[in-house]
Design a protein around this ligand. Structure first.
Ligand code: 1PZ
Length: 215
């Protein structure tokens, strides 16, 4: 059965949420950042249950961040910048090994941030791919260049197996629900600079506060 319009993934929506996540002062709104990830998870789920071990972890991290956003100190979590400041000033971040704050917003967002780099690399490959390019190969290359270095062997192995069952390029483009391939490519060309910008702003912030290796 065809899913109703609002349940179907659309790349355009994800593009919009990442656009909304950038403030005028180039801060990143957590609410929209998380909404962007929700959209991506929706997409991942539509690819089949082989990917559910991945989407479960992403959903778990999204939920941790949402619970801070909706919690009593939610006003401190409006932007990634304010979250970092608040958690560091209050000593809510385990810096070298997991201790009393194993689920800080900072370490949780770092996992999604690293995955955003994978996304950037993967979408760039998709954008410049040709009809005979293999999504599994593009996905694995992007993964090996980014996220893989943070994952233990078992996860790398499981991820590698999941990539093998990704739909081919044209089916993949269809699931994106944007239109014909040329339109997908155009949309990717629009989305990528936004995703890169959000990534870079977070990367700079985390570098500045020495947060890139949080346990
Ligand atoms: C379209 C194909 C999708 C491929 C997705 C490529 C990413 C593979 C990631 C495999 C993650 C496996 C599950 C759990 C991993 C966790 O251990 C780590 C570290 O968290 P910690 O254990 O420290 O709490 N989690 C992550 O690295 C976050 C992974 C989020 C992946 C989200 C992918 C969303 C894909 C969107 C598709 C368009």
């Amino acid at each position: 059965p065809v899913a109703s319009e609002d349940q179907r993934f659309c790349l355009r929506e994800v593009l919009d949420t990442f656009r909304l996540s950038l403030s005028e002062k180039k801060e990143v709104y957590l609410e929209h950042y998380v909404a962007g990830w929700r959209g991506l998870v929706k997409f991942l789920n539509s690819l089949g249950s082989v990917f559910s071990f991945i989407s479960k972890d992403a959903v778990n991290k999204i939920q941790i961040l949402v619970s801070y956003l909706n919690g009593e100190n939610g006003s401190q979590y409006v932007t990634v910048q304010s979250m970092v400041k608040y958690e560091l000033e209050n000593d809510f971040v385990d810096q070298t090994k997991r201790g009393s704050h194993p689920e800080s917003g900072c370490r949780t967002l770092l996992r999604l941030h690293r995955a955003l780099r994978w996304l950037e690399l993967f979408l760039e490959r998709l954008r410049t791919s040709t009809e005979d390019s293999k999504t599994s190969v593009m996905c694995a290359e992007a993964y090996n260049e980014s996220l893989a270095q943070y994952h233990p062997w078992v996860i790398r192995k499981a991820a590698g197996m999941a990539f093998c069952v990704l739909p081919g390029r044209s089916a993949f483009f269809e699931v994106m629900n944007v239109g014909p391939p040329e339109q997908v490519v155009a949309m990717l060309g629009e989305a990528l600079p936004l995703i890169s910008e959000v990534y870079q702003i977070t990367e700079d912030l985390y570098t500045q506060h020495n947060l890139l290796n949080l346990p």
